[in-house]
Design a protein around this ligand. Structure first.
Ligand code: NIG
Ligand code: FE
Length: 423
């Protein structure tokens, strides 16, 4: 006999509610809305959506006659919304451990890139790799992310830089979306670097005339689902005009704009993103005051990537200035061969220590705001009735242990739940 409901999580020591309802309360004000309920319960329905969140006694009374497929007694545990990673590059072959040594010895990211390493090195290996090997490694990486509490993750292409490899990467992401539990938001990032031997104009032309038209065909045929478009807007990579034309073309196909900007040099990427109605811009280590103001007005989320600033010893992104200006600040791991980190708890830890965010701010940035950056905050990112039953249960008496214990999430995370199923 089928049960009335999929899951009851009861008697949690702390339930971390990031809310006050809705999807756009995410700024300075929203970040203050991380609310902790002592002794709470959550009910997830058979459709995988949250049916009730509240004090254990109330839920117990309301559901006294209901049957549940699974019950978890969370006495002594904390329940949080599943974490959302708003920026990753998880499909690639070949690692770059040798470049880590070069960077430690003083080479900058662009020194390595210009010498033919960096993204170019990964492109060469990814072009040569077959799809099943790429899928196998992607599965492993997504599994590590899931174990660290990530239940919704953005996944970019961008190590192809030509049609066939970009399609291969997007198909691998599509296959992962269909076969794995974790929720995926797919991003076409064909403009991640200018292919060797090509000019910016030639690379832009290939994207506009060859890659995007094919993507359009695949999307209308239903063979590929792509959610977002990305460009690496940077000096020596794609300039502002090329970035504008590629992002606009993607927007015309119905893709959400979510791109790399103002990372190594101030490029006015933030202003461009605001002008184009971008949903999110990542990095922003070099954003100007004008850029921050433009993003606040346009409600364009800032996806900050503390691992990258840390590894490349860049100036820290100005999280405090952004929050004070009313920018929606989100976080991402930036998992890629340069920033080899699958763990949003570590990302939150770095955001707190290096970017001076509070723990509630970091949690909001790694849940509801990251979901906003992916256009998913109406369905993900908080414990609210009607949203996906994606939860993280901690074996800890206070939720802050998730951030406090550096790299300790293996010990702290007891269950990861997606749409009401323990995964
Ligand atoms: O977000 N900055 C551009 N892209 C990536 C790095 C990709 C790579 O180095 O392979 C980033 O950090
Ligand atoms: Fe990136």
């Amino acid at each position: 006999m089928s049960q009335d409901f999929l899951l009851l999580v009861k008697n949690a020591k702390q339930l971390v509610l990031i809310c006050d309802g809705g999807e756009t309360f995410l700024t300075k004000h929203g970040m203050k809305n991380v609310r902790v309920m002592e002794n709470g319960s959550v009910v997830v329905g058979r459709d995988g959506l949250i049916k009730a969140v509240g004090p254990s006694e109330t839920i117990k009374a309301q559901y006294s006659h209901a049957s549940f497929q699974k019950e978890i007694d969370a006495t002594g545990m904390c329940v949080l919304p599943g974490l959302v990673d708003a920026h990753t590059h998880p499909v690639w072959a070949g690692d770059r451990v040798h470049e880590f040594a070069m960077k430690l010895a003083g080479a900058s990211y662009m020194d390595v890139h210009r010498a033919g390493g960096g993204i170019h090195f990964t492109v060469e290996h990814t072009q040569a790799a077959n799809a099943s090997d790429l899928l196998a490694s992607l599965r492993g990486r997504l599994d590590r992310m899931l174990r660290a509490g990530t239940t919704l993750v953005e996944c970019k292409s961008g190590y192809g830089l030509e049609l066939q490899t970009e399609l291969k990467m997007l198909r691998v992401i599509e296959e992962a979306r269909k076969s794995l539990d974790v929720n995926i938001s797919a991003t076409y990032c064909g403009a991640h670097a200018v292919p060797r031997g090509k000019t910016v104009a030639e690379a832009t032309d290939d994207i506009l005339q060859v890659q995007l038209p094919r993507l359009k065909e695949e999307m209308s045929a239903g063979t590929l689902r792509v959610d977002n478009i990305d460009v690496f807007c940077e000096r020596g990579v794609f300039d502002l005009d090329a970035t504008r034309s590629i992002l606009q073309a993607g927007k015309d196909l119905g893709l959400k704009i979510n791109f790399h900007g103002d990372e190594l040099h101030p490029m006015n990427s933030a202003q461009l993103g605001a002008e184009l109605g971008a949903l999110a811009i990542s990095h922003l280590e070099e954003v100007t005051d004008e850029g921050i103001a433009a993003m606040a007005t346009a409600q364009t989320a800032a996806v900050l990537l503390p691992t990258t600033a840390y590894i490349l010893r860049l100036p820290q992104p100005r999280a405090r200035d952004m929050i004070d200006a009313g920018v929606i600040v989100a976080l991402g791991s930036d998992f890629n061969p340069n920033a080899y980190c699958c763990s949003m708890p570590i990302v939150m830890h770095l955001a707190c220590v290096n970017m001076r965010m509070s723990m509630p701010e970091a949690l909001a940035a790694a849940t509801i705001n990251a979901a906003y950056a992916l256009g998913r905050s109406h369905t993900h990112g908080s414990l609210e009735v009607g949203k996906h039953g994606d939860l993280v249960l901690l074996n800890a008496p206070r939720w802050e242990h998730l951030i406090y214990q550096v790299g300790g999430h293996q010990e702290v995370i007891r269950y990861v739940i997606i749409k009401g199923n323990v995964v």
